[in-house]
Design a protein around this ligand. Structure first.
Ligand SMILES: *Cc1c(COP(=O)(O)O)cnc(C)c1O
Ligand SMILES: [Zn+2]
Length: 394
C-alpha cells in the first residue's frame, strides 16, 4: 500500500517524499469520517486507534508505546492558575512520547520491506528509534553530532544501533539524511516524518478520549521541531471532522526563551518561522533553532485560539521543582516548560482558573544529567542514637 501524503500549506499531494516542493513537510492523508469512540479497538497502547492509523502493530516493544495515564494533579492548580491534568509520557518504554512515533515508523518499515531505519538525534528520539528497531529485528543507524557527551551516547548505544558521529554542520543533516536515505534505502524517522506524526497523534487521541464527549479547554506541550505539535493538531482536526469532539481544545506550545523561534514568530504575528541563533538553555532537548515543522506549530496555535509562549530557564527550573514537590512527578526539564507556560498564560488571562488544562509531560526526568533543579540536596546527617529525637522534631 502506498501512502497518500499531503501538504497543508499549498494543498499539493505526493507519494514518496518527506518534503513538499514548497519546502514544507508532508503529512499522511487520513480519512477520519465515520470515526467515533466506539471505533477504538481492544489493542495495547497506540494501536487502540487503528481506525486513524496507517499501519498495524508489529508486536514487541511497539505494544508498550502509548496508553499513558492522564493524572488530575490538584497540587499544581494554584501555581498554574488552572485545573491541571498531567499527561505522563515518561511512562513510555524509553521514557518519552517519541515511542509513539517510533512504533508507527518501525511498523511501516517492516510492512514495506525496508530493512534499515535511521534518525538524526542525540537524545530521546535516538533512544526510542533504536529500541523499536531492536525489537523488530531491523538495523538502525543513528547520526549524532561529533561532540556528543559520552553519557548520552551510552544510553543510545545500549540498544545496539550503528552510531555515526557526523562532523560538519549538524543543522544541515536533517535535510541531508532524508535525501541520502531515499537514495540508499534507509527510512529516516526524523522528528516530523509523516509516520512519526501519525503515531504521535495518539497523545491527543488519548487525552480527548478521557474527556469525551466533552474536551479539555486547552492542551499545553513543549515544542522543538514542531513534529509533536503538528501531530496533536492533526489529531484534534480529525476528531472534529469525525464529529467525535464537540469543540477543539486550544493548543498552547512552550519554548525556552534562549531558543524560541516559534514563540518569536507568534509574538511578531509572522507568517513563517525564521531560524534564530540559539543560546544555551537547561531545556536542551527542545532547543531547535530552525524547526522543520515550525510553520505548522504556529498554525496549530493560531487556528485553535491558542498561543506559543517562551519561558526563561529560571522559570523552567522552578516549574520542574514544582512538578516534583507539589505533584510527585519527575519530568524532563524540557517538559517543565508546560507548567511555566501555563502559569504565564493564566497571569495574562489566556487561561482561566475554572479551565481544564492538560500539561503534556513529554519525557521522564530520570535519565537526565543533573540540572539546576536537582543539583541542590539539603540532607542533614544524624547518628542512629539521635534519630528518635530528630524524628520527633519534624
Ligand atoms: C522531542 C521532544 C520534545 C519536542 O518535540 P518536537 O516534536 O521536536 O517538537 C519535547 N519534549 C521531549 C521530552 C522530547 O523528547
Ligand atoms: Zn506544499
Amino acid at each position: 500500500m502506498t501512502l497518500e501524503l499531503a501538504c497543508d500549506a499549498c494543498d499539493a499531494t505526493a507519494r514518496a517524499s518527506y518534503r513538499c516542493e514548497c519546502g514544507e513537510s508532508l503529512w499522511v492523508e487520513t480519512d477520519p469520517h465515520g470515526f467515533d469512540w466506539n471505533s477504538t479497538v481492544d489493542a495495547p497502547g497506540v494501536w487502540r486507534y487503528a481506525a486513524l492509523l496507517p499501519d498495524s502493530s508489529p508486536g514487541g516493544v511497539a505494544d508498550a508505546a502509548g496508553g499513558t495515564p492522564l493524572v488530575r494533579t490538584r497540587g499544581l492548580d494554584e501555581y498554574a492558575g488552572v485545573r491541571v491534568h498531567v499527561k505522563d509520557e515518561g511512562e513510555n518504554p524509553t521514557g518519552s512520547f517519541k515511542d509513539r512515533g517510533s512504533a508507527l515508523g518501525v511498523a511501516r518499515a517492516l510492512s514495506s520491506g525496508t530493512e534499515t531505519v535511521g534518525t538524526v538525534s542525540h537524545g530521546n528520539m535516538a533512544m526510542s528509534t533504536a529500541a523499536h528497531a531492536a525489537s523488530a529485528g531491523l538495523d538502525c543507524v543513528v547520526l549524532v553530532p561529533d561532540d556528543i557527551p559520552p553519557e548520552r551516547l551510552g544510553v543510545i548505544a545500549q540498544y545496539g544501533p550503528t552510531v555515526l558521529r557526523v562532523e560538519g554542520d549538524y543543522g544541515r543533516l536533517y535535510e541531508e539524511s532524508l535525501r541520502l536515505g531515499e537514495e540508499r534505502g534507509v527510512a529516516f524517522l526524523n522528528s516530523d516524518a509523516p509516520l512519526r506524526v501519525e503515531g504521535q497523534k495518539t497523545t491527543a487521541l488519548e487525552i480527548c478520549e478521557v474527556f469525551a464527549p466533552d474536551a479539555p479547554d486547552a492542551i499545553v506541550a513543549p515544542v522543538s521541531s514542531g513534529g509533536h505539535a503538528s501531530a496533536i493538531w492533526k489529531a484534534v482536526r480529525e476528531l472534529a471532522a469525525a464529529g467525535a469532539i464537540a469543540r477543539v481544545p486550544r493548543l498552547y506550545f512552550a519554548q525556552a526563551a534562549a531558543c524560541a523561534p516559534i514563540a518569536d514568530a507568534f509574538e511578531a504575528g509572522a507568517e513563517g518561522v525564521e531560524p534564530v541563533d540559539a543560546g544555551k538553555t537547561v531545556a536542551y532537548s527542545i532547543a531547535n533553532a530552525d524547526p522543520p515543522s515550525g510553520r505548522r506549530a504556529l498554525a496549530a496555535a493560531r487556528e485553535t485560539g491558542g498561543a506559543v509562549a517562551a519561558v526563561t530557564d529560571e522559570e523552567i527550573v522552578t516549574a520542574k521543582e514544582r512538578f516534583a514537590r507539589e505533584a510527585g512527578f519527575c519530568v524532563e526539564t524540557s517538559s517543565a516548560t508546560t507548567l511555566a507556560a501555563a502559569r504565564k498564560l493564566s497571569e495574562v488571562g489566556e487561561l482561566a482558573d475554572d479551565e481544564d488544562v492538560v500539561l503534556v509531560a513529554t519525557g521522564s526526568g530520570f535519565k537526565e544529567a543533573r540540572t539546576g533543579a536537582d543539583a541542590s540536596t539539603d540532607a542533614a546527617t544524624v547518628g542512629l542514637e539521635d534519630l528518635g529525637g530528630r524524628l520527633a522534631t519534624l
